[in-house]
Each structure stands twice: as C-alpha cells, then as structure tokens.
Design a protein around this ligand. Structure first.
Ligand code: HXC
Length: 533
C-alpha cells in the first residue's frame, strides 16, 4: 500500500466515524427530548400536585437498571384541533418491561405532562402491544393510570383504543395477574380498564376514579360533590370497595404493589413463589387457646387469629375498610402463599351480607385462577336479615360465594372457630362444596341456627302455653345448646375431618397443605359456568 492510498483510507475512516458520531448524537438528542416529557413547566405542575413523574414511578417499581423501554419514539399522526403542533415522543405513555425482585413484569405509566396523559390511537397501541407481550411471555401487567381519559381531538380513535385495551384485559384475566395503580385522574369509560384488572391500588389525596365527574353529576342529579368525595381513595376503599389497597403516598402505593407481587405467580401455569422456610414461625400461637370468649355473643377480632397462624404474622389484607364483616388477603404457611377468607365476628357479628359475599367471591376466584390455596376461617351466624339486603339481591350475591367456593379446584382448607350456622355454614368453605380438609375448634357450633332462634321456632306453641315462659325458654336453650352447640355431631357425620385445639391450628394446616399441593382435580369441559352476577 502506498502512502497516498493509506491517507485516503484513513480519511474515509475518519469521515465514517464522524457520521457515526453524528448519528449517535442525533439519537441521544432524541432520547433527551423524550426524557423531557411534556417539558419543565408541566413537570413542575405535576410535582406541585404531590405526584411523581411517569418515569419516577417506573424507577421506584423496578429493580435498578432492569427497565427496557419500548416504543419511546412513537408519536401520534393526528392533526385535528392543532394536535399536529403537540407531538411528543412516547405519546404520553411510557411502556416496557423489567424486574421486580428478579421477576419479569410488564409496565406502562401514563405521562400526565403530555396532553394530560390522554389516550389516543398511538398511546393505546403502545399499551396493547405491551399487554400482548405480557400474555405471550407469561408475566404480570402493571399499569400506572394518570390520564385525562380519551384524547378528545382524536375522537373515535381514542374510544377504539380503550376497546382494544378492554378486550385484552378480559383475555389476560386468569392468565397473568393485572394490577392497576391509580396515581391521578381516571375518569369516564377509562375507569373500566382498571376495573377489569385483578387489583386496584389508589393513593390518598392524588388519585380519583369516576364514570362522570362532579360537573356532570351536578347537571344531571343536582348533587354538589368534589373529586375526592366522588371518587377519591377514601371513597373507593370504604364505600365502593373498588380499591384493594391504598398508599398514603405514591411511594407507599408502589411498595404495596411489590408486596402484593411477592405472593403471586407470574402466570396461571406457575405455582406461587415459595419463600425460604428455614426461619419461619407462627407468632404467639399458643394464646389462641384463650381467644374465644365464654359468651357466644361476645365479639373478638378474627385478625388476631390470622396473624397468629400465618408465617411471622405477615398478612397482606385487601379491601380492609370495605365489607369489614369479612376479611380477605394473602399470607404464607411454611413459606407457601395462601389466600385467606375469614368472617369477622367483631363487625355485624360476622354475618354474610351482599358486599361481604361479593368481596370474598372475587378473591376466591382470583386465588383459584392463580393456583393459590384458600384457607377459610369461619365464625358466621348466618346471612344478614333485612329488607335492604333482600331488596338489593342477597340471594344472587350470596350465590356468588357458593359458586366461587364450589368451582375452585385449588387446595381448600377450613377452620371453624365458633359459629357455623345455617346456609352460611355450607357457603363458608364446607366439605359439601368440595373442600379438602376441614377442622373445627372445640368451641365450634355447627347448627341450623343459634339456640335462641331455634327453640323459639320449634317450641313456639309450648312456650306460648307455658306458665313460666322465661324459665322454660332458658331450659330449652340450654338443652339445645348442649345438643347442637358443638362440633361433634358434624364430626360424627364426617363433615369435618378433626376437632383440634386452637394452638394446634398452624401445624395442622401446614401438615394438611403440603399433600394438597399435588392436588389435581379435573372437571367436565365446558366453555364457562354462569356465575350469578
Ligand atoms: C385531550 C386533554 C384531556 C383529554 C386533559 N387534557 N384531558 N387533552 N384530551 N381528555 C390536556 C389539557 O387540555 C391540558 O393541555 C393538559 O392535558 C393538562 O390538563 P389540565 O386540565 O390543565 O389539568 P388539570 O387542571 O390537572 O385537570 C385534569 C382533568 C382535566 C381534571 C383531568 O384535564 C379534565 O377534566 N380533562 C378532561 C377529562 C374528560 O372528561 N375526559 C374524557 C372522559 S370520557 P395543555 O395543552 O393546556 O397543557 C372518556 C371516555 C372513554 O375517557 C371511553 C372508553 C370506552
């Protein structure tokens, strides 16, 4: 090679490097623009509201360095109403995948600083692509919802975008867990995507969900209301039960999502994640022997029972402030995740009503979809009587609970601590609904009803004719209680597998659960059942 040709080659190399450099710089500039979201002012406004940015949320959720962003350079193609002058990379939603404690998750995070996080065609397509990949690869979908709803300028395309998301929510249901984290507005038909997912986490003061906002409510019904009263976190955790968990701020909401994920398998073909069992203990479980009061009418807190039976007293309670007469949530037994359903005798005496039935039924169906065993604790005097309950359909709502227990094929274990009366006895994880293992404490009372009601009915005539009604009633009640207020009649029939001391419960449940983890139950093939809705 002569000197001249060497120089030419070097020059070409230099030129090439220069071009590559330029291209790289162009890319970095574009990235920089994308990372600036809707601009400094909009970000400032977002932060002033006490909210995090869309990217900060993802950063807090995922393991450091694990986020892989997809479709960063997507922009809408619409020019209606000046939209051509408002084109932003990401189109108002950050999408991608990463890891939470080493487990793959797909995540989208709506960016309110870009066109109010509103959803148009391109924005929706980014979310639907992500959902398809999550289902294909069997990993949970987590969405941060912070959006003004359908992008008004894009008209029907925005509505179509929601439809495309809804159908994927439904198809993904029971295949991968879906979690919605509401961190701003979620209004109009947009609320239905979160509503179709398995869990909704809200944040105090900064998140709200409603189908129609305060202005429309005022115009149609004349009611004066605020965003918070209509659809804030406290409304949806107490009045409607829409929200499963509430964080006092976004950081806490994101922590709650991580705890929730720790109990869940990635998809319906996996078992839930086992924790190292070497140091796992129950907590003060011996005191359970004294937890049931002598007086059967006296309440106690069923939460105290649960906390003493699950590993290390760790219990993630869901919908804590709604339908408090029933408790649901996740715990572990010897490291294995379990779903807990329990009557709460300290609220409405633990009676089942409409909301309690709906709350427990949906939870049971989630556990069954994702291979999580169900442990039921029973202290139930029956279904709640009253005009309100009957008129609002306790019949069909109570039936949901029967349906959910009966159709569930995961391991099902039940402990009757005290009352198990009437239809509610059957409903609450009885052997008659194909439960696997049922225990009763010596304080269990398995009967058609309590002694007071029972003798009033079967001895009505004798009582009416009696000289000393009071004394007769007392004697009859005592006789009835002696005969029926115990677990042994049911044990004789094989309706419960064993009567156990309360302090033995944790060990008995652990010993009974592990063989059931091999359970295989086949049912006749069908499209799907027709749960009473
Ligand atoms: C287009 C929107 C938008 C929307 C907000 N923006 N919502 N752009 N379509 N739906 C824009 C605003 O024009 C503004 O743009 C920026 O986002 C920030 O909004 P602000 O109003 O300044 O913010 P704030 O004061 O915090 O109020 C937030 C808000 C309000 C309460 C959400 O923006 C609002 O009421 N938006 C409309 C909500 C709505 O009715 N959506 C349709 C719901 S019906 P600039 O450029 O000024 O910064 C629906 C149907 C779904 O979603 C059907 C599914 C089947």
């Amino acid at each position: 090679m002569n000197m001249n040709s060497e120089l030419t080659e070097n020059r070409e190399l230099l030129l090439k490097k220069g071009k590559t450099q330029q291209k790289a710089e162009e890319l970095l500039e574009k990235r920089e623009v994308a990372l600036q979201s809707g601009g400094e002012k909009a970000i400032q406004k977002q932060l002033e509201k006490g909210k995090l940015t869309a990217r900060q949320r993802i950063e807090l959720l995922l393991d450091p360095g694990s986020f892989v962003e997809t479709n960063m350079f997507v922009r809408h193609k619409n020019s209606n109403f000046g939209l051509d002058k408002k084109k932003f990379y990401t189109d108002g939603v950050i999408t991608g995948f990463g890891q939470v404690n080493g487990k793959l998750v797909y995540v989208y995070s709506q960016d309110f600083t870009i066109l109010g996080g509103s959803l148009g065609e391109a924005h929706a397509k980014k979310i639907t692509q992500l959902m398809d990949q999550a289902v294909q690869n069997g990993a949970p979908i987590i969405g941060f919802n912070d959006s003004g709803g359908a992008r008004i300028q894009e008209g029907a395309s925005s509505l179509a975008g929601y439809g495309d998301i809804f159908i994927r929510n439904v198809r993904a249901s029971g295949i991968v867990p879906q979690i919605s984290c509401i961190v701003g507005p979620s209004a109009g038909g947009a609320v239905y995507s979160p509503a179709l997912t398995d869990f909704i986490v809200m944040t105090e003061d900064t998140s709200y969900m409603f189908v129609t906002g305060p202005v429309v409510v005022k115009a149609v019904t004349g009611e004066e209301t605020s965003f918070e009263e209509l659809g804030g976190a406290s409304t949806h955790s107490t009045n409607s039960g829409i929200s499963h968990l509430v964080g006092s701020d976004e950081i806490e909401s994101i922590e709650l999502i991580k705890v929730l994920l720790s109990y869940l398998p990635s998809n319906n073909l996996e078992d839930p994640p086992l924790k190292d069992t070497s140091t796992i203990n129950g907590y003060e479980f011996k005191m359970l022997n004294d937890i049931i009061p002598d007086d059967p009418q006296e309440p106690y807190d069923m939460r105290e029972v649960i906390l003493r039976i699950v590993d290390k007293g760790n219990f993630l309670e869901l919908q804590k402030k709604w339908a408090q007469n029933i408790i649901i949530g996740f715990g572990r037994l010897n490291g294995h995740p379990i779903g807990i359903v329990a009557n709460q005798p300290s609220i409405l005496a633990g009676a089942l009503d409409i909301n309690a039935s709906i709350k427990a039924a949906r939870f049971i169906r989630f556990c069954d979809s994702f291979n999580i065993p169900i442990i039921t604790f029973v202290d139930v005097p029956g279904f709640l009587p009253g005009l309100d309950q009957e008129h609002n359909g306790i019949i069909k709502h109570g039936a949901k609970l029967i349906f959910a227990y009966a159709e569930a094929t995961v391991p099902k274990l039940t402990v009757i601590t005290r009352k198990a009366y009437g239809g509610a006895y059957i409903v609450m994880g009885s052997k008659h609904l194909a439960n696997d293992i049922n225990f009763a404490w010596p304080t269990a009372e398995i009967a058609v009803m309590g002694s007071e009601g029972a003798v009033q009915i079967i001895y009505r005539r004798d009582l009416a004719a009696a000289e000393d009604k009071e004394e007769m009633l007392l004697n009859l009640k005592n006789d009835f209680a002696k005969e029926f207020n115990n677990p042994y009649l049911a044990a004789e029939r094989g309706y419960i597998d064993d009567v156990i001391l309360p302090s033995e419960t944790r060990q008995k449940l652990i010993a009974s659960l592990w063989p059931l983890l091999r359970k295989r139950e086949r049912r006749l093939n069908k499209k799907h059942g027709n749960i009473p809705l």
